[in-house]
Design a protein around this ligand. Structure first.
Ligand code: MTE
Length: 438
């Protein structure tokens, strides 16, 4: 049976072209998107050139659609503790140390799950919280103040779905552009720990959209978070929000209220977050307060200036908004882990992909000179990862490099070098993991 997931990237590209066409026809809204962002985005499609006079839209103001829940700020940027042995703190974010995943099983325990916060975790009173849906893609085109509302108990009474899916930041692995390729990139210097795998439970977004009165006119949906507005470089970009094509929204997106069998932790989106399987983490908006459903394409800074590929190797003005994640692999080891020579060690790691499933994993213990197949310990599933192991008996003492590379069912193989982009997204190259043999 053909894998429905592997057939989708082409559709998504066609969809993006279509929605840009609508924008060019003067048919789309772009609150909070800078002129640079729009110009760059337009340059990504062949029909650019019709951009003279693009107005600079105002920053999106909070509306009735974002009010309602009691939101209390916390003193740090996260509520949960970030112990040194599990996390590396990077500004407002915390990445999971890969050695902390050793022995944790298929799902990442919520306490060890990485956190990516643009600002800080809001503490929301679920009793006062409502999800509000509004916009021209719904029956009657309700304005924000006449939004269709759902409480948490109402969402919980709808048919529930449970699925395991990884959540991975688009910038995961970013630091390796500099450390392995000597290239400059901007953004949080993640190693490989901006990923986690959880069992999510919630209601399908398609179900909620249907009950809210989705019409065939809808093309985009834009969930928006209830965390504080994000100020970058002195510019207020408004609340975190990123549009999704309605085709993806109806396909497999979940409004999740549980993570690993418990209510969502505060840091991961309590009371409800969007979960967009296989797509870059920014799509999975936490603390969702409202969803605009639009008959015209929507833009926000998160699909114009951010989360697109800019740089010499990419179309002038940037590539299309990013969707799917790449293929990656990591060892469940600390950087600089030590091994005894003359003994057999079982190396463990995990590989994952945003398209299809993991097909093969190979490991090199001699810096890439020779490769052998790793033993896969999980059945490969779309949106999942595969744990693997390989025995290693080092003979010589001194520094060594361990490498793992994966191939997926759509034919993608981790390359030796990642194609550079200015913001360091989608690093997919084989990472050289330094260890010491004593
Ligand atoms: N949603 C809101 N409202 N605010 C945010 O800062 N960060 C996004 C996404 N959703 C973010 C958000 C990014 S970039 C990522 S990678 C994931 O959440 C991280 O999810 P986690 O913190 O639960 O691991």
């Amino acid at each position: 049976m053909p894998d429905p997931d592997s057939a989708r990237p082409q559709d998504e590209i066609a969809y993006d072209r279509g929605r840009l066409g609508q924008w060019l026809d003067g048919d789309a809204r772009a609150d909070g998107v800078s002129r640079r962002g729009m110009l760059a985005l337009l340059a990504a499609v062949p029909a650019a050139g019709l951009v003279a006079g693009t107005p600079r839209p105002a920053v999106a103001a909070p509306t009735a659609a974002t009010a309602g829940a009691v939101v209390a700020p916390v003193s740090g940027t996260t509520v949960k503790p970030l112990p040194e042995e599990w996390f590396r703190v990077l500004g407002t974010n915390a990445e999971t140390r890969w050695e902390a995943l050793r022995g944790t099983g298929y799902h990442t325990p919520s306490e060890r799950f990485f956190v990516r916060n643009h600002t800080s975790t809001p503490v929301i009173d679920a009793a006062g919280w409502r999800l509000r849906l509004w916009g021209s893609g719904l029956r009657g085109s309700p304005a924000p103040e006449r939004a269709v509302e759902f409480s948490l108990p109402e969402l919980r009474r709808m048919p529930a779905v449970t699925r395991s899916a990884f959540l991975e930041c688009a910038g995961n692995g970013r630091s390796h552009y500099a450390s392995q390729q000597g290239q400059e990139v901007s953004g949080t210097a993640w190693t490989l720990g901006a990923i986690g795998m959880a069992r999510w439970r919630g209601v399908r977004l398609s179900e909620v959209l249907r009950r809210a009165g989705l019409t065939h006119r809808a093309v985009d949906v834009m969930p928006r978070g209830l965390d504080a507005e994000f100020v970058s470089g002195g510019e207020n970009l408004g609340r975190v929000r990123r549009p999704l094509p309605v085709a993806k929204a109806l396909h497999d997106v979940i409004l999740a209220y549980e993570m690993n069998g418990e209510p969502l932790p505060y840091d991961h989106g309590y009371p409800v977050r969007v979960l967009v399987p296989s797509w870059i983490g920014i799509s999975s908006v936490k603390w969702v307060g409202d969803i605009e459903v639009s008959a015209t394409p929507l833009y926000s800074p998160w699909n114009t200036d951010l989360y697109r590929l800019f740089g010499a190797a990419h179309p002038e003005g940037g590539g299309p908004p990013l969707g799917r994640q790449t293929v990656k692999s990591a060892f469940e080891l600390a950087a600089g882990a030590r091994f005894r020579a003359g003994r057999t060690h079982l190396l463990h790691g995990r590989s994952w992909t945003g398209a299809g499933t993991i097909r093969a994993v190979e490991v090199s213990t001699d810096g890439g000179g020779s490769w052998r197949a790793a033993r896969q310990l999980d059945v490969a599933r779309p949106g999942g990862w595969v744990r693997w192991s390989v025995p290693w008996r080092p003979r010589r003492t001194g520094p060594a490099e361990l490498l793992a590379r994966a191939a997926d069912s759509t034919g993608r193989v981790q390359p030796a070098e990642s194609v550079h982009n200015d913001q360091g997204y989608l690093f997919d190259a084989v990472v050289r993991h330094p260890v010491t043999v004593r």
